[in-house]
Design a protein around this ligand. Structure first.
Ligand code: HEM
Length: 499
């Protein structure tokens, strides 16, 4: 009693220390995950996971730890496990909605529930239905002219710049994918390709995507950071300058496009083609804005990274490059009209290159955390190596784990080898191509991504020879994970010559 009155600070510290010690004892010895192996620091707090994420290469670190602790269910947080058993992928990411997205992880992406963030089963289904029609295979085929016009514009730009030295192909691909998704979603292309003055294709808007990517782990593990960022008024953002002001401008453009869309709809003036906003027109303005932002972010760098990795690998792998070139030449693709998606999809080597690029580049390489549901009648509990994973545990399996699993792909799992998709039994491999995740929350943009990759690989191979820029460093092409993959340095730079 007297200590509380005379030295309240000391008492407070003693209580705080005791509760920390008690919490540590609970987490290490009494928690339902106490028997799962992993670093002690991981069991004690989420800061360990934050520090691992910030290295940019969390998947490699987790892979080493699975080996070190000799477990396929590694404890990576107080209540989280990373699983390295590829056969469980379809259980965790299933057609049923039973494994829900983990709120704490996904809150980093925003607070307004977009399709990507919605956790309510029925609301997600409704939104998915509304948007799904637009991104169906048939609908994407219907947009083929728009897509090939954009790929052709990229080829023309590269052709014009080919004599000026190597091209930053990663940025070039990003400009193209942003132009495509902005046109499809908003009915108004950002025209980044038109703004690209030099061979580095360093359009201002790409800084916005860099900013989103670079902040994601801070926003995830430091909630205060995301709240503070959300409160920056536009005038202050403009004053801060750099990527923050680009982001404010980006939001302004989207808000005014949504307003313009609503006005055009009310006055009966249609857009040149059907746009995604149409499917969302019943939503409140802010939800429309956030959905458009999500589509722009989800539908640009992901495809661009995959395309950049594909071209870089083909530039390094003469055998694969020649095989693709021969197939494209024999297909006699002379005018833009010959680049018909249905016909291109029949070209086996091209299709193998697209799949191998999706496997090897894995534009979303990491774990997608889900919460283990309570057991359902008739279904057994989630079990790894004989250990039952308690309901309420957060679990995730990385695409990196599945795509580099030698039991599935063989000893050359870490090599870019399109031929693996043409060998006997290759059909079985489709199941383990998890780039877009699987089940009810799998990517909405699969058909669009496949179409862009197919058209771009075909057109670029038909028009150019390309080789790596020999001034590129290892760091330039080192892939890092900011939820979506990016590069530590410039990304692939390639020398193009017209064929
Ligand atoms: C190679 C390119 C792409 C890759 C690798 C990719 C990957 C993924 C992955 C792994 C998810 C699941 C994320 C999670 O569960 O947290 C996802 C969801 C999503 N993707 Fe993609 N994506 C790509 C292209 C696109 C494109 C072009 C669009 C544009 C429409 C798009 C829009 C979305 C949306 C809206 C979701 C949320 C779906 C839902 O929760 O129902 N993605 N994507």
């Amino acid at each position: 009693m007297s200590l509380a009155r005379e030295r309240p600070g000391v008492l407070f510290l003693a209580v705080a220390l005791a509760s920390l010690v008690l919490r540590a004892v609970y987490l290490l010895y009494l928690h339902p995950l106490a028997s799962f192996r992993g670093p002690r620091r991981a069991a004690l707090s989420e800061w360990w996971l934050y520090s691992v994420a910030k290295t940019g290469r969390p998947e490699e670190i987790l892979e080493q730890l699975h080996r070190k602790y000799n477990t396929r269910a590694l404890r990576i947080g107080p209540n989280e496990l990373h699983l390295s058993d590829s056969t469980l992928y379809h259980t965790v990411y299933s057609q049923g909605h039973s494994f829900a997205k983990h709120a704490h992880f996904y809150d980093a992406f925003g607070t307004v529930p977009s399709l990507f963030l919605e956790r309510d089963r029925d609301r997600h289904r409704q939104r998915r239905k509304a948007l799904g029609r637009f991104f169906s295979k048939a609908s994407i085929r219907g947009m083929q002219r728009l897509l090939s016009a954009k790929v052709e514009a990229l080829c023309d730009l590269i052709s014009a710049k080919a004599n000026e030295g190597p091209v930053n192909f990663y940025n070039a691909a990003r400009c193209m994918t942003v132009d495509i998704i902005s046109d499809l979603s908003l009915g108004q292309s950002f025209n980044l390709m038109d703004d690209a003055k030099a061979n580095d294709f360093a359009a201002d808007y790409l800084h916005v995507f860099n900013l989103v990517a670079e902040s994601i782990w801070d926003f995830m593990y430091i909630p205060l950071a995301r709240r503070a960022a959300g409160m920056i008024p536009p005038a202050l953002a403009a004053w801060i300058g750099g990527p923050v002001s680009h982001f404010a401008r980006f939001m302004k453009v989207i808000r005014s496009t949504v307003a313009r869309f609503k006005h055009a709809k009310a006055t009966g003036k249609p857009f040149e083609h059907e746009v995604v906003l149409e499917a969302l027109s019943e939503l409140p303005d802010e939800e429309m804005v956030i959905e458009a932002v999500d589509l722009l972010v989800a539908g640009s760098d992901t495809t661009a990274t995959t395309l950049a990795v594909a071209l870089h690998q083909l530039a390094r792998n003469q055998q694969a490059h020649t095989a693709l070139e021969n197939e494209i030449r024999q297909a006699k693709l002379e005018t833009a009209a010959d680049y018909d998606l249905t016909s291109l999809e029949q070209l086996p080597y091209l299709s193998a290159c697209v799949k191998e690029a999706l496997r090897f580049a894995m534009a979303v390489p990491g774990r997608l955390p889900r919460v283990v549901p309570p057991p359902r009648p008739g279904a057994g509990p989630l079990t790894v190596d004989g250990q039952v994973i308690p309901p309420g545990t957060v679990v995730g399996i990385s695409a990196y784990t599945v795509h580099f699993d030698e039991k599935i792909w063989g000893a050359d799992a870490r090599e870019f080898r399109p031929e693996r998709w043409l060998e006997p039994g290759a059909k079985e491999l489709d199941k383990y191509l998890v780039t877009f995740s699987k089940g009810v929350r799998q990517c909405l943009g699969i058909n669009l991504a496949y179409a862009e990759l197919t058209l771009a690989l075909a057109m670029l191979t038909a028009r150019f020879d390309f080789t790596p820029d020999d001034t590129m460093s290892k760091e330039d092409v080192e892939v890092i994970d900011n939820f979506t993959a990016g590069f530590r340095g410039s990304g692939p730079r390639l020398k193009f010559s017209n064929l």
